[in-house]
Design a binder for this molecule. Structure first.
Ligand code: DAH
Length: 351
C-alpha cells in the first residue's frame, strides 16, 4: 500500500472513531486543516519540477477526494444517528391508554349530609353551621347541664388548652346541640321588636350538621364524628309534630314506607320529656331489628330561657342524629372506621 492509500485508510479509521460532530471536526482538521496531512502534501508540491508536479498533484487530489468523501459519509451517519435518537426519545405510543386527571367525588358522609339538608330543606328547615371549638356555656351550661352535674360525664369531652372570657376551658364540641342555642339566640335577637310587643315571632326551624368530638374509638365510635341537630320552636309545636317530621325524613332518606318508628323514653338534660328515636325496617337485610337513629325531646324550659325566649309562649322539640350512622345503614357499611381511613378503594365505591 502506498503512502497515499495509507493516509486515506488512516483518515477513514479516524472519522469512524469520531462519535460526535465535534470529534469529527477535530479529525477533519488533522487531514484537511491548515496544517493537516493532505494540506502539507499539497504544499510540498511547490518544490517539484513541473512534470512531476502534475502527476503527483493528480495522485494527491484522488486521495483528497477520498478523504472528503469519507468525511461526508461520516457526517451523514452521525446526523442520521442523532435524528434517530431524538425520534426515539420523543416517541409517542398512541396505543397507550390515556392517563386522565382522575375524578374527585363526594365522601359518603358529605353525600349523606347533603341528603339530610335537601330533605329538611324541603320541609322548611334552615341549615346552620357553627364553631367546632365551643365555650363551656354553649356546650353544657346553656343546655341545662350545670357544672358538676353528673350528666356532663355522658360525654367524654376533649378540652382545648385555652380559656374563654369566663375563665373556663374551651372544648371541642361533643355534640351539635350548642347550635340550638346559637341559632335561637340570633333568631330571638333579630325578632326582639315583635317579641317585646307580644307579637308572634316567626318559628325557628333549623338543622345544624357538622363535626363533633369525643374521647372514644372503636368499630362504632370515632373521636371525630358527625351529628346533625334539629330544632323546631313555635307557639304550638308538639311531640306529634316531631314524630311526623322525623318519620317523613326517614321515609325520604331511606326511600321506603316499610318501617316502624318508636320513641323510647330516655334522659337528656336539655329536653323534658326525652326520647331515643328507633326505627325498624319491615323488610330488607336489617328487617325486624330496632335501630337507634336519634336522641330527641321537648326542649326544656331552662334551655328556652337561654335562647332568650319565654318558655310560657315558646315550645318545641329538638333532636340530634348521626349522619355517619345513617350513611352506614343506607350503604350497608359495618365499620365506622372505614369512613375516616381515607382508603380510595372504599371511597370510590360511592362515586
Ligand atoms: N346532643 C345529644 C347527644 O349528643 C343528642 C340529642 C339528644 C340532641 C336529644 C337533641 C336532643 O337535640 O333533643 O347525645
Amino acid at each position: 500500500m502506498n503512502e497515499l492509500d495509507q493516509l486515506v485508510t488512516a483518515a477513514q479509521a479516524d472519522f469512524a472513531a469520531a462519535t460526535t460532530p465535534a470529534d469529527l471536526e477535530n479529525a477533519k482538521a488533522r487531514y484537511l486543516g491548515k496544517s493537516g496531512r493532505v494540506t502539507d502534501l499539497l504544499k510540498a508540491l511547490g518544490a517539484l519540477p513541473v512534470e512531476a508536479k502534475k502527476a503527483r498533484g493528480a495522485e494527491i487530489n484522488v486521495a483528497k477526494v477520498q478523504v472528503e468523501a469519507a468525511l461526508q459519509a461520516r457526517r451523514d451517519a452521525l446526523a442520521a444517528a442523532e435524528l434517530e435518537a431524538q425520534l426515539r426519545a420523543e416517541a409517542l405510543d398512541v396505543t397507550l391508554p390515556g392517563r386522565g386527571r382522575g375524578t374527585g367525588g363526594l365522601h359518603p358522609v358529605s353525600r349523606t349530609i347533603e341528603r339530610i339538608e335537601a330533605i329538611f330543606g324541603s320541609m322548611g328547615f334552615d341549615v346552620a353551621e357553627g364553631p367546632e371549638i365551643e365555650t363551656d356555656w354553649m356546650s353544657f351550661t346553656a343546655l341545662n347541664n350545670p357544672e358538676n352535674h353528673p350528666a356532663r360525664s355522658m360525654q367524654d369531652t376533649f378540652y382545648v388548652d385555652l380559656k374563654d372570657a369566663q375563665g373556663r376551658w374551651l372544648n371541642l364540641r361533643p355534640h351539635t346541640s350548642p347550635m340550638q342555642v346559637r341559632y335561637a339566640r340570633a333568631h330571638a335577637a333579630r325578632h326582639a321588636g315583635d317579641i317585646e310587643q307580644g307579637k308572634p315571632m316567626p318559628e325557628i326551624r333549623v338543622i345544624a350538621p357538622g363535626r363533633t368530638y369525643r374521647v372514644d374509638s372503636d368499630a362504632t365510635h370515632s373521636p371525630m364524628f358527625h351529628q346533625c341537630e334539629g330544632l323546631w320552636i313555635g307557639r304550638n309545636v308538639s311531640f306529634k309534630d316531631l314524630k311526623f317530621v322525623f318519620s317523613d325524613f326517614i321515609r325520604q332518606f331511606f326511600e321506603t314506607d316499610d318501617f316502624d318508628v318508636r320513641f323510647r323514653p330516655s334522659f337528656f338534660p336539655f329536653t323534658e320529656p326525652s326520647a331515643e328515636i328507633d326505627i325498624a325496617f319491615r323488610s330488607g337485610p336489617l328487617a325486624g331489628r330496632w335501630l337507634e337513629v336519634a336522641g330527641s325531646g321537648q326542649v326544656h324550659p331552662n334551655v328556652v330561657r337561654n335562647y332568650g325566649l319565654d318558655p310560657e309562649t315558646h315550645i318545641g322539640f329538638a333532636f340530634g342524629m348521626g349522619p355517619d350512622r345513617l350513611a352506614m345503614l343506607r350503604y350497608g357499611i359495618d365499620d365506622l372506621r372505614l369512613m375516616f381511613d381515607g382508603d380510595l378503594r372504599f371511597l370510590q365505591q360511592f362515586n
